[in-house]
Design a protein around this ligand. Structure first.
Ligand code: CUA
Length: 155
């Protein structure tokens, strides 16, 4: 089979790009330990509402200006329904789902992750600006997806 010279060059570039991409992916995953913000800690998704601390979702003060927020994302809402923290508070979010895959996004911040049943997804954010922050589900999860939201008030 005869291959044109340009065809060969493009084939090498294409395969080379792919090899480089896979190499970078492996370096990220194995050498730099990158992973999704979930699948590290797991609980039984059928028993979320009975498993502490998710049986009583809410804020716990863990430091001078630091809070742990244990939350559940379910069809169709978040628990707790509303939270309030002082200005400058650092909040460690730990979220899980008892039913289907949901999203957890706070628009205007870099908090944006998926919430999988049985997996505890975590993210930390420091609220340096006062206001009412919307927390919404950005993963289509059913008929009530568009109403699935809660707020965190910072003042
Ligand atoms: Cu939960 Cu969309």
């Amino acid at each position: 089979m005869h291959l044109h010279r340009y065809e060969k060059i493009w084939l090498i570039l294409g395969a080379g790009g792919l090899a480089l991409f896979i190499l970078l992916l492996c370096i990220n995953a194995f050498a730099m330990g990158m992973a999704p913000p979930s699948n590290m800690t797991m609980i039984d998704p059928a028993k979320v509402t009975e498993t502490p601390p998710f049986d009583n979702p809410g804020l716990t003060k863990v430091g001078e200006q630091e809070y742990d927020a244990y939350m559940t994302a379910f069809a169709f809402g978040f628990a707790p329904n509303k939270m309030e923290v002082p200005l400058g508070a650092k909040v460690n979010f730990h979220v899980t789902s008892p039913d289907v895959i949901h999203g957890f996004q706070i628009p205007g911040t870099n908090v944006n992750f998926m919430v999988l049943p049985g997996h505890i997804s975590s993210a930390t954010y420091t609220f340096d600006e006062p206001g009412e922050y919307l927390i919404l589900c950005n993963e289509y999860c059913g008929a009530g997806h568009q109403v699935m939201a809660t707020t965190i008030i910072v003042k």
